[in-house]
Ligand binder design. Structure first.
Ligand code: GDP
Length: 297
């Protein structure tokens, strides 16, 4: 089930429950069942669904003394809060770049996840907020990677650095970051190589690049359309690059975003943005509350 349908189904279930003249235990049970089914059909991890159901059930326990209006309000609030809780990552500080200093942001992720596109989107995001931004192409593995970054950067008017001749990505990354630092760039975005699979070589490369560019923030780019497989992929990259934030891409279209979101939330790493299209402006900031408000319309 795609995200828009998930929101609709949860909304319908809540309105069904709150429109009856009395909210009995059986109405609450039907609501819990419908929400759980909708979440599971959206690929949300079953353990998380069961946890949510248990918590909701406890909050919505029907007492004879309850005022009916309050009970209906309680249902709406409890569903909203529990959905936020499902995807919220707590006690993790989110990096905020500072002006007048060089903030290095390194991207990691598999090939095709939308890394290069997202680097450009984030570069534009910060440029619009008054930062001096540069992009470094440290992907020397894929032929055409530098050309792609160059094209994107040129279109967005972002200065870039890369090499057609140097085959060592660590060297290119180091040179690019040093150059931009010398020129007082405030955000330096390093795009890295992807490969098709989670390979030893790739992880080794990420560690080496990380050691020379010393990123202030490492972001993993994850394709939301891979559903629950996102969790294993995130875990594998976490070990090598210890990224502190995630950008989920391809949340437009038919992605079963629920799977990726819940898988990622359970890995305790915050999603900071979501990619919602191929265009440079299709990047939305992500907070659990905003996301759930939007989901439920
Ligand atoms: P990379 O190999 O990880 O650098 O991936 P690319 O940046 O080349 O992206 C792979 C494909 O995904 C391209 O066709 C992008 O236009 C597309 N893409 C990236 N982000 C999004 C997104 O948020 N939504 C959609 N629909 N397509 C995206």
């Amino acid at each position: 089930m795609v995200l828009a349908d998930l929101g609709r189904r949860i909304n319908n279930a809540v309105s069904e429950a709150t429109k009856s003249s009395t909210v009995t235990q059986s109405v609450v049970d039907t609501l819990l069942k419908e929400i759980s089914n909708a979440l599971m059909e959206s690929d949300v991890d079953i353990k998380l669904v069961l946890k949510l159901r248990k918590k909701l059930k406890a909050t919505l326990e029907v007492k004879e003394s309850d005022n009916i209006t309050n009970r209906k309000k309680l249902i709406q609030k409890a569903v909203f809060d529990e959905l936020c809780d499902l995807i919220d990552v707590k006690n993790v500080e989110i990096f905020k770049p500072r002006k007048k200093q060089s903030n290095v942001i390194m991207f990691v992720g598999l090939q095709g996840s939308g890394k290069t596109t997202t680097c450009t989107k984030l570069a534009v995001y910060y440029q619009r907020r008054g930062f001096k931004v540069g992009m470094v192409c440290a992907d020397t593995f894929r032929a055409g990677a530098f050309d792609q970054l160059k094209q994107n950067a040129t279109k967005a008017r972002i200065p870039y650095f890369g090499s057609y001749t140097e085959s060592d990505p660590v060297k290119v990354a180091q040179e690019g970051v040093e150059k931009f630092k010398k020129e007082k760039f405030e955000i330096i975005i390093v795009d890295t190589s992807g490969r098709h699979r989670q390979e030893e070589e790739l992880f080794k490369e990420m560690v080496e690049i990380g050691e020379v560019v010393k990123p202030n923030q490492t972001i993993m780019v994850l394709d939301a359309s891979i559903g629950q497989a996102a969790e294993a992929q995130a875990r594998a990259f976490k070990e090598s690059s210890n990224f502190g934030a995630i950008i989920l891409t391809k949340m437009d279209g038919h992605a079963k975003g629920g799977g990726a979101i819940s898988a990622v939330a359970s890995s305790n790493t915050p999603i900071i943005f979501i990619g919602t299209g191929e265009h440079i402006n299709d990047l939305e900031s992500f907070t659990a509350k905003q996301f759930i408000s939007k989901l439920l319309g």
